[in-house]
Structures are given as C-alpha cells and as structure tokens.
Design a protein around this ligand. Sequence first.
Ligand code: EPZ
Length: 418
Amino acid sequence: MDKFFIHGGAHLRGTVSISGSKNSSLPILAATLLTRERCVIHRVPDLSDIRYMLEILRYLGADVSFSAGTVTVEARKVGWEAPYDLVRRMRASVCVLGPILARCGRSKVSLPGGCVIGDRPIDLHLRGLEALGTRITLSKGYVVAETSALTGTRLSLRGPHGSTVLGTDNVMMAACLARGTTIIEDAALEPEVADLARFLRAMGARIHGEGTGCLEIEGVEELHGAEHTVISDRIEAGTFAVAAAIVRGEILLENAPSEHMGSIIEALRQAGASVEEEKNGLRVQAGDPLRPFRLRTGTYPGFPTDMQAQFCALAVTVPGRSEIADEVFPNRFMHISELKRMGAHIDLRGNVAVIDGIPRLSGAPVMASDLRASAALVLAGLQAENTTTVSRVYHIDRGYERIDAKLRAVGANIERRP
Ligand code: EPZ
C-alpha cells in the first residue's frame, strides 16, 4: 500500500486543473445500462471508484472501454445480479439498482452495508422504487426487486437528514422507463443529480425540474445511446481551495465549477480567504490573517458534508475558536483523532467539532480512513512542520485524480512511496 510523505511549509502557487466530477460520473455510468445502444461519456476522472464501477458494468455484460478520460459503454444485454463482493467495496454501486430494474424487470443487488462515515441506509431508495410498483424483498444481505411493470406515481424522497442524492438518481432512472408520469417530491438538488438528468434527456428521457426539488418524469418505451461531458468536480476544487488557504498560498483552480460552489466560496471568505472568479476558473488566495469560522453542513445548496473534513483541517491552523457541525453524516469525524496526533486542539461534542486553532501543526505518521478524511490529513500535512506520512492512500485515490502530482505542480513537497 502506498504512503504519502509530506514535508510541510511550502507556499503553494500556480494553477491546478480540476477534473470531471466523481459523483456525477458514477450514476451517469450506471445510467448507460438503460439502453442497448452505445454511450460515450467524456471527462470521466481516472479514479479507483470509477474503474470499479466499470468492472461492475462489465460483470453485468456491457462492453466497456476507458481511455484519455472518455468511457464508451454498450450494454446490449444486462444481467440482473450485482454480487456482494462487487458492491461491498463501493457503496455508490447501489445506483445500478434502478437502471437494472428498469431494463430487466428485476434486480438483485447486495445491500451496501455501512462505511466509516456512518450508517448508509437505502430505505428511501427502496420506498421510492416500491411506489413505482416494485416488490422488494431483503434476503441474505441482498435487495431483490421485481416488477411486472414500473408505473408512474407521485412520491417523496424526504428523509431524516433531508433528501438522498443516490436515492433520487435510482428512482429517476427507473421512472424514465415506467408507464406514465412520475413526480418525485423532495428530490435532491445537487448539481450531480442535474448532470445525470441532462444525460438521461440526451438519451431520450422526458425529465423536467432538476434543481428545483420536484422532478417530473414522463416514462418512455426505451432510451437510445447518447454522448455527454461530465461537469467539473466541485469537491476536488474545494479541496484545492482549502490547500491554498491552509498554506497561505495562491492557486488558480482551472475549470472549477464556480456556479456549484457558492457555499464553499462563502465558507472560504468567512475564513478570510479571497476568492475571485476569473474567465477560466477560480483564484483562491489566503487572507492574512485568516479568521475562525462556524459551519454547518446541509444538503445542496448548503455547505457540503464532503467538504467538512477539509475545513476542519483549515480550522485547526487558524488561531481562535471555530465550530463545524455535520448534519448530514453526524458521525463523519474520523479525521479528528488523526488531526489531534498532529497537535490539533479539537473537542468533538456530538456532531459538532469545536476547534481552537494553533499557529503550526507538527508532522506525524497518520492513517487515512475515508476519502475526505484522508484529504484533510494531506492538507494538514502541507501546513505542519517536519514530515507527515499518510498511510493507506488508496482511500484518497478513490476520489482524487493524481492529487500528489497536482499538489507538486504548485510547489508542495509531497512524495508517493510504496
Ligand atoms: C452522495 O452519497 C455522495 N456520493 C456522497 O459523497 C455525499 O456525501 C452524499 O451524497 C451527501 O451529499 C455519491 O454521490 C457517489 P445521501 P449518498 O443518500 O447519495 C440518509 C464522497 O465523499 N439516507 O444523499 O449515499 C443518509 O444516511 C461521498 O464523495 C437515508 O436515511 O448520500 C445521510 O444521512 C461520501 N436513507 C443522508 O440521507 C436513504 O435511503 C444523505 O445521504 C438514503 C440516505
């Protein structure tokens, strides 16, 4: 397993090119199962989560190729079972459930189980599919879904923590091939859901209302192949923006999706960083001094839970008291104990991290755990004195395309060693 060796203190300067969105690519790749015709998807990031989804599509019978950011999929026939040893390694693979069901009339997908950021239930997914006329049974860790005919209806996807991103994706994809019209109330507003809706429309689906919370889908007989370019990754962009702030540097985030980053930009400005929109990206410069801040995650357009760990890393380096609460994944604080090993002063009170920032962290051996927690450790290492070694960087490779190479290109002293 690879490790990162980071020698902190370098001021980052330069340009980072932002890749296509992981969380947009994954459901769009699943949606290619809805047609037997060829689909071509551009700007797909080369990540282990992506390669993993392609492995699942191949297992289900699709012809798949991936080169230079472009994925081609032709699912002339589709199997209907996604086995445990494929699904368990990536929770997002649950988004093949809707497309397989719509294509085959039945689907057997392993329950994803939990992960380090907390319980990952799919009750809202299943309730939505049941509303479309699906019989759902759970047996031996599998979800078995069967339907004689998916039928349009009105349903809500509201849950205890707001809506569900992948749940909205699953139900929207199934509804595309249902008989009649489906109204999804309390649909997720995330830009990645809107990107999927655009791809489905390019395939011939009749979808309106993405980004409004109420999706209207008029079912069609079948969908045809389509070509699509994935939106930029707002979380990768946000992560590099925090990198600029934490080491008091200046980075131009080329191709950053500024229009999807309102709450992230607001949080950076609250911390005293300057963020300027330019024609080909977002320029982020650390303020001097940075200020403590208070953040609370929420569903889009609220502050994203996927940026919570990164802002904890920033807060531990800003003198003064900051408070960061995660309302979406209340247990998503795996990074706290590792940041404390680097000298951070953090008091975790339920789902609120109370942080008293210090001028300089001290390098230490730390361990990656979940994708965004691991990114936070890399950011902390960039600021810490001496050397920080981050082990199990395969967690980071799941969601960031060559993060070490991109950081070195703007002056970071980071090395990947086996
Ligand atoms: C998506 O996960 C993202 N993953 C996550 O990013 C992101 O953190 C999350 O949305 C929230 O924005 C992908 O898009 C591949 P949810 P998803 O269903 O769809 C509860 C990353 O780091 N819930 O929107 O699985 C759930 O427990 C990943 O890139 C139910 O109660 O998240 C959570 O509290 C991590 N029942 C809240 O809703 C359900 O049936 C939001 O979950 C489904 C979810």
